[in-house]
Design a binder for this molecule. Structure first.
Ligand SMILES: *Cc1c(COP(=O)(O)O)cnc(C)c1O
Length: 525
């Protein structure tokens, strides 16, 4: 396979002579970097990993509707299947291969202890339809996790079922809507700051609310005056992220919450950034009515690439009666799941947000993380995450431009693209060049309130040596950009298995179905 451009334009490593242009290889492989075709190209329809004896006669019970042609699925032997997926996995980047600076996503190390606990047969091999008398241990774990989440947030109730942060947002906002409806109110507006994650306005709009934006003030936080000016008897809730997506703690959050409550509205807090305040702040003290917690971010579970997630939502006393089912109920030392509205004693419960009780494997991982850290360890994790982000920011501030730099950052460091002015290089080009340096790119162009944003969240997992190497790589890139080495950026990535992709076309016109280059003799469909 031809992957032109590699080698010829590479910056010379310091320890070896300048490379001559690399020759093409016969196989398209480059040593350990192995080319791999699609499953359909690697396999053949006539091959199977298992040999089943042909059925011995017997009546056809399909009434003549049986398939007459082959399925056309690729067939692979076990070693072929293994190699296919291992080769693909080696083209990917994960937290197990290196620092993963993707801001807002909290890509921290996932301790193997958590994985071991989640694989215990008593958790991994049970079925949600088993009688509850046979799964008391699993329910006890859910009850213990609930107690921890309530202790960490100071809130009154928690609903475990939501399957992601966005799903938790939806659950919390539906509880708020249900509470308004129960009170006979038809408020139809939700206030969302401009810096919010896209899931906030999407959630409000999905359940029929009109979204009104609150502008940020010059220091990157929300002004209580702006909230007061937007509040009215039409407003059902304010959705606020704290610490916010600019990496700043909303200092006026208590005043904002009081204004929201005085206007008869609820305060929804986006808790995706909980890792910055874990063990330091009880969100109930901030006046929060509902908040989702991304277990996969704060309490570590391998995530990204579409899953898995778990987004339990904590609720205030006022919203607790509106929590969804199924919910854990303890009677005389026996745990059960209240499956229907009213089973919890709360007639106003939302009903179901998902078929079952939530993501069991992630509950186990989250509790294992909490128990192995303890109260002091969790507090230290958030302190280290904040320290690491501020170290990254302080180490790059002379070369990159950082908005809102007069205040310390929380657990992420935000840069804009002012420092790239006149270089012909964009934020996207810097992200692509970071791939060549062996890093996953940082989050780019989010939050929207910052031009050409680069959001870096190192998390508490990284050693100082690892942070220093990452900082040095970014400093080298920044100096190269300023020195006019545009080729290093505009052609990047030079060293990835694939070069610059048309990401817009990939998102807008995805090719989801393989078509055979020439008709296969056996391919049905
Ligand atoms: C990650 C994130 C979400 C959404 O969480 P998912 O688990 O990805 O659905 C919402 N808000 C913020 C600020 C986030 O970082």
């Amino acid at each position: 396979m031809n992957r032109e451009g590699r080698g010829a334009t590479a910056p010379a490593p310091l320890s070896t002579p300048a490379p001559t242009p690399a020759p093409e290889t016969f196989t398209g492989n480059r040593a350990l970097d192995l080319e791999e075709g699609l499953l359909f190209e690697v396999g053949r329809p006539e091959v199977s990993g298992v040999d089943l004896p042909a059925p011995k006669g017997g009546a056809d019970r399909l009434g003549g509707h049986g398939r007459t042609a082959a399925l056309g699925l690729p067939g692979l032997s076990e070693p072929e299947a293994m190699r296919h997926y291992v080769r693909l996995s080696r083209m990917n980047y994960g937290i197990d291969s290196g620092l993963f600076p993707l801001g807002s996503c909290t890509m921290k190390h996932n301790p193997r202890l958590n994985e071991k606990m989640a694989r215990l047969p008593g958790f991994a091999d049970i079925h949600p339809l088993q009688p509850v008398s046979t799964v008391q241990g699993a329910l006890a774990l859910m009850a213990e996790l609930s107690r921890y989440l309530l202790a960490l947030t100071g809130m009154a109730a928690v609903a475990l079922p939501p399957k992601a942060g966005a799903h938790g947002e939806l659950t919390g906002m539906m509880a708020i809507k249900a509470a308004h409806m129960a009170a006979g109110s038809s408020r139809h507006v939700v206030l969302v700051p401009e810096s919010a994650h896209g899931t906030n306005p999407a959630t409000a709009a999905l359940i029929g609310y009109e979204v009104r934006a609150i502008p940020a003030r010059a220091d990157g936080t929300v002004d209580p005056e702006a909230v007061r000016a937007a509040l009215s008897p039409e407003v059902a809730a304010l959705m606020l992220t704290n610490p916010n997506t600019c990496g700043l703690f909303e200092r006026d959050v208590v005043e904002i919450a009081a204004a929201v409550h005085a206007a008869g509205a609820y305060f929804y807090c986006d808790g995706a950034n909980f890792n910055a305040i874990l063990g330091k702040v009880k969100v109930a003290d901030l006046g929060v009515d509902a908040m989702h917690i991304n277990l996969h971010k704060t309490f570590s579970t391998p995530h990204g690439g579409g899953g898995p997630g778990a987004g339990p939502v904590v609720l205030s006393q006022a919203l607790a009666p509106f929590a969804p089912v199924p919910a854990l109920v303890e009677t005389d030392g026996t745990l059960t799941l209240a499956e229907e509205r009213g089973d919890t004693g709360a007639e106003q419960a939302l009903g179901r947000m998902s078929a079952f009780h939530g993501q069991m494997g992630m509950f186990v991982r989250a509790l294992a993380w909490m128990l192995s850290h303890g109260a002091d360890g969790m507090r230290q994790a958030s302190e280290d995450a904040v320290l690491a982000a501020n170290y990254v920011r302080a180490s790059l501030m002379d070369l990159l431009s950082a908005p809102f730099a007069e205040r310390p950052a929380m657990h992420e460091a935000l840069f804009d693209d002012t420092w790239l002015a006149g270089t012909g290089i964009s934020t996207l080009d810097v992200a692509k060049a970071l791939i060549d340096e062996g890093y996953h790119p940082m989050t780019v162009y989010f939050p929207l309130v910052v031009h050409g944003a680069m959001l870096i969240e190192p998390t508490e997992s990284e050693s100082k040596a690892s942070l220093d190497l990452f900082i040095a790589a970014l400093r080298d890139l920044a100096m190269a950009a300023k020195a006019g080495d545009t080729e290093r950026f505009l052609g990047a990535p030079h060293y990835a298995p694939r070069r610059r992709l048309d990401e817009t076309r990939a998102a807008r016109a995805p090719v989801l179905r393989w078509t055979a280059p020439e008709p296969l003799p056996d391919a049905a469909e």
